[in-house]
Write a protein that binds this ligand. Structure first.
Ligand SMILES: Cc1cc2nc3c(=O)[nH]c(=O)nc-3n(C[C@H](O)[C@H](O)[C@H](O)COP(=O)(O)OP(=O)(O)OC[C@H]3O[C@@H](n4cnc5c(N)ncnc54)[C@H](O)[C@@H]3O)c2cc1C
Length: 406
């Protein structure tokens, strides 16, 4: 048998892969990170609007701030962040809502959380939707909010994801971008870009990683790609993965979530509320105006609506957002908007969605997904985190923990 090229190969340079690589370096483990795309960061991606303002197309808020390792890393690198969760001023069917609307929406959401946790602790694995008072006037807004948390709609998500998530309710946005922060922390990692892994052959003692033009031999491989990529079979496993592992992948499908942006002419919308909870008939959206005082506006959409709008294409998405802003601020706002920019995670070939959620009826798929196969194949990534799934810090920690364990 030939000597392995590396004792450890990490597949994917998102938060989990970079976290794993940093830990491997700390432990003195020689390794290589293989990344399919032209950049690091995965679902962390910061780009610039035409006016030079950095925006996050992927993750943006440092959730669970008190236990989030990116908070001290942001301090070290002097990234500016906000320590607040804004109240969204309601704009419902063409009119500003009463001050009480936001409080009532929050109270309803809390009641859903309590019902979901009760169901979970009594052994039920029903959907979150099953725990919602569906006649309530706040049901639509709450469904939208839950779709942001899970990226699937509440009827597609098990109560376990609501009950098990360790939420400290601190969501701190980064001015220079979370994607930029993640990539900066992986700057020294040995990443080979533009290198999609085609096959992982784990038949013999050594694992062979097959690329389009060559092979790499290793003792252990840490797979951090999304469950969207795994579920699509984009990486061939030889022999195929055990049925229990395939089942866990199927039980953690990705939903969708996109951020849509317009740069603003300098000083526009200065007097607007900073956060708006928009609702029109069955469409809901959270809009942020001039975050950090910068000249831009953005909206987040998720679940089935995000899949639908992404399929319509960028022009349709731009028109939809422009019309929403004109409905709120009047037609004159149209001339304050610069070149539209939006993420499109559903059709990103290396991700295939936003983040994972547990299908109703499934029992502990995250634990099963995280379990190694044959002490050669190891798994990390947001979907494997037991209490901090769907997040960048959960992904980072999952990579670090996997390397520590192996
Ligand atoms: C729109 C959006 C908003 C979000 N908002 C937040 C937020 O505010 N806060 C938060 O904490 N989290 C948020 N998240 C979730 C967070 O971004 C993810 O949980 C986290 O970044 C996932 O990291 P990961 O390393 O597990 O996976 P990924 O980032 O998907 O990394 C996997 C890597 O594997 C690569 N890859 C795929 N196939 C192959 C292959 N065949 N060979 C080699 N490499 C391959 C991919 O290119 C990718 O770089 C958001 C996500 C989205 C999409």
């Amino acid at each position: 048998m030939k000597t392995p090229d590396y004792p450890l190969v990490i597949i994917g340079a998102g938060a989990a892969g970079l976290g794993a690589s940093v830990k491997a370096a700390e432990l003195g483990i020689p390794h290589l990170v293989l990344e399919a795309s032209h950049r690091t960061g995965g679902r962390g991606l910061t780009e610039f609007l035409e006016n030079g303002v950095p925006v996050d197309l992927g993750c943006h808020w440092m959730h669970c701030a008190r236990q989030n390792p990116f908070v001290p890393l942001a301090e070290q690198l002097e990234f500016e962040y906000e320590r607040s969760n804004p109240v969204h001023q309601a704009f419902v069917n063409g009119a500003w809502g009463e001050g009480a609307t936001a409080a009532a929406r929050n109270a309803y959401l809390e009641s859903v959380e309590t019902a979901a946790c009760n169901a979970y602790h009594s052994g039920k694995r029903v959907s979150i939707w099953d725990c919602m008072e569906q006649e309530s006037p706040h049901c639509g807004w709450a469904s939208y909010w839950l779709s942001l948390m899970h990226s699937n709609d509440p009827d597609q998500v098990s109560v376990s994801d609501m009950a098990e998530f360790d939420d400290t309710h601190e969501d701190w946005p980064l001015r220079q971008g979370y994607g930029a922060l993640i990539s900066a922390n992986g700057e020294k990692c040995p990443v080979r870009l533009n290198t999609p892994v085609v096959e992982i052959n784990w038949r013999s003692d050594q694992v062979r990683i097959v690329l389009s033009d060559s092979e790499i031999a290793t003792n252990k491989v840490l797979v951090t790609v999304s469950t969207g990529v795994l579920g699509a079979g984009d990486i061939k496993f030889t022999p195929v993965l055990p049925v229990w592992k395939q089942r866990a992948i199927q039980d953690l499908p990705l939903g969708n979530y996109n951020n849509l942006f317009f740069p603003l002419t300098p000083g526009a919308l200065l007097d607007a509320p900073g956060a708006i909870g928009y609702a029109k008939d069955d469409v809901f959206a959270a809009i942020r105006v001039r975050p950090f005082g910068d000249d831009y506006v953005f909206v987040t959409i998720a679940g089935r609506f995000a899949w639908w709008l992404e399929k319509q294409g960028e022009n349709a998405a731009s028109q939809w957002f422009e019309d929403v802003l004109a409905e709120i601020f009047g037609d004159s706002v149209r001339k304050e908007l610069g070149r539209f920019r939006a993420s499109a995670w559903g059709f990103d070939p290396w991700i295939k969605g936003a983040y994972s959620s547990t299908v109703p009826g499934s029992v502990e798929p995250r634990k099963v997904l995280a379990r190694p196969v044959d002490q050669k194949l190891f798994f990390a990534g947001e979907a494997t985190s037991l209490r901090e799934f769907n997040t960048a810090h959960g992904a980072w920690k999952s990579g670090q923990d996997a390397v520590q364990a192996l």
